[in-house]
Design a protein around this ligand. Sequence first.
Ligand code: PMV
Length: 309
Amino acid sequence: MSAARGVGCGKVILLGEHSVVHGRPALAAGLSRGATTDVTASPDGLTRARFVFDTEQVDVLAAEDGEHPLGRALAALLATYSAPPPVHLTVRLELPAGAGLGASAAMGVSVSSALDHFLSVERTPAERATQTLVWERVFHGNPSGVDNTMAAVGGVALFTRGEPLVPVRVRRPLLLVIGHSGEASETKQMVGLVAQQLEREPERITQVFDAIAVLVRNARLALEAGDLRALGQLMDMNHSLLSALMLSTPRLEDLCHAAREAGALGAKVTGAGGGGCMIALAADTDAAHIILAALQSLGAESFVTEVGA
Ligand code: PMV
């Protein structure tokens, strides 16, 4: 094949971020937007990639010991193929980066999918999830695997580290309003912050993780029963526990508060926290637009998305 394209989707964590790194379950959903990669044969014998983001573009060479993490991630992913030919890749990201929406995983999965098409490699979504963990490790150090798994598989699912993904049958699709705090955060740093707390106060932090696991299990039941009100309350409770782990910020608190005041059934930080995005659950389309307007009036870049349709 002389050219090929691949896609990977972003994700939202409905409940269970961070505790998922420590073996507890998380509920997550694939987003319709993510990343797209185009691949062609290399005219110069080198493997290079151009990453096109909202406001900038980055050119890297695939190199294990390269300066740029994107170049190292690309080299790590290429090393999973036997003798890949040199290629040129263009990766376009349709999500904000560093915002808790799984941007790096969406890019990694789109690169893997484009390379597989280009090289005529057959791979199931579950196999792609396993393969792309090497890409995620470059950025996140100790990733649970939830981002790359959701980017490869999509849908709504219960993820537990090291276990097969459990798809969740959602009774009613969810309308989510996603608001960006405008604050950048690094997943690796936030995961490290939680690990430090666990080391210092193992008993208290383990209790928080176990409490989140209970919320996640109940949220799965609420999703299957189509009980959005219960799901919203569980999201609020999860948010309080994430705040107790110091993962919220005054700006994220303001956005969650504004969403609830505007009628959201629940609102919480999503992803790594310390900045990035929050999500709010809306009862219907009209409610979603009222919540959207409330977040936008605070200057937050926001959008409405449906998951589980
Ligand atoms: O912020 P994101 O999109 O990288 O999500 C990270 C989710 C965490 O649970 C915080 C980390 C992980 O590896 O699961």
